[in-house]
Design a protein around this ligand. Structure first.
Ligand code: DGL
Length: 264
């Protein structure tokens, strides 16, 4: 049976893989982390689209049956442009989280945190407005969160002060729902929850993405419901760095990460 392909700018996409393994335990996964060119969050739209196409072509060489763009920045910039050019189903991380947020909000004030690229693209805002034109969206870029998580700084004075500063405008705006629009942010969930308080619902799209992928595969008769699976992990640079960080995102170790390049 053909595997599911997942790509991300680096290691963060493993938060999505974690949910996929949980909800689709018999599916094999081929993961590609573009660690040579990470971060995508500060790159231009054109560059992120080019990298995304290259990553997609890499996964297609592994005969994947569906591709998940686990990176929020790549989903925001590239998915709307590239989707129509490929036959393989491509699932991004925005729509599932948006649907959940629109469903969850009571006061129609939704917050979004993400990379600079994701916020600049306004892709979340557009999708939310399409579902509910009356919803108000408040977006804040939190560029330091990614390096904090990668350095293992998920609690303590420094990260808390920065988080307080980033999240202050969202608290002031009176949002009742907050989308964690970046692969790394689920790792900071306890801290974000502490700052935003119990009345704000945090939306972590990884779970919804896995549910959506399961639905698509079932509808296309491609769901693998029994038998063994085998996961493969590729990165464009520094497999050791990836292996060291993997358990922070996946909750378990990843071994035998291979180096491979996607650029054409
Ligand atoms: N994976 C990226 C995202 O979800 C975060 C890291 C990066 O900037 O590349 O937007």
């Amino acid at each position: 049976m053909r595997p599911i392909g997942v790509f991300d700018s680096g290691v963060g996409g493993l938060t999505v893989v974690k949910e996929l393994i949980k909800q689709l335990p018999n599916e094999s996964i081929v993961y590609y982390g573009d660690t040579a060119r990470v971060p995508y969050g500060i790159k231009s739209r054109e560059t992120v689209i080019r990298f995304s196409i290259e990553n997609l072509l890499f996964l297609l060489k592994h005969d994947v049956k569906l591709i998940c763009i686990a990176c929020n920045t790549a989903s925001s910039f590239a998915l709307p442009v590239i989707k129509k050019h490929f036959k393989v189903p491509i699932v991004g991380v925005l729509s599932p989280g948006v649907r959940e947020a629109v469903y969850a909000t009571k006061n129609k004030r939704i917050g979004l945190i993400g990379t600079k690229g994701t916020v600049k693209s306004r892709a979340y805002e557009l999708e939310i407005k399409q579902l509910d034109p009356k919803a108000k969206v408040f977006s804040v870029a939190c560029p330091l969160f990614v390096p904090f998580v990668e350095e293992g700084l998920t609690s303590g004075k420094v990260v808390e002060e920065v988080a307080q500063k980033y999240l202050a405008p969202l608290k002031k705006a009176g949002i009742d729902t907050l989308i964690l629009g970046c692969t790394h942010y689920p790792v900071l969930k306890p801290l974000i929850k502490k700052i935003m308080g119990p009345r704000v619902t945090l939306i972590d799209s990884a779970k919804q993405v896995a549910i959506e992928i399961k639905k698509i595969l079932a509808a296309d008769g491609m769901l693998k419901e029994k038998g063994k699976c085998r996961h493969k992990f590729f990165v464009s640079d520094n497999p050791e760095w990836f292996e060291n960080l993997a358990s922070t995102f996946l909750g378990r170790d990843v071994l035998n990460v291979e180096k491979a390049t996607s650029d054409v």
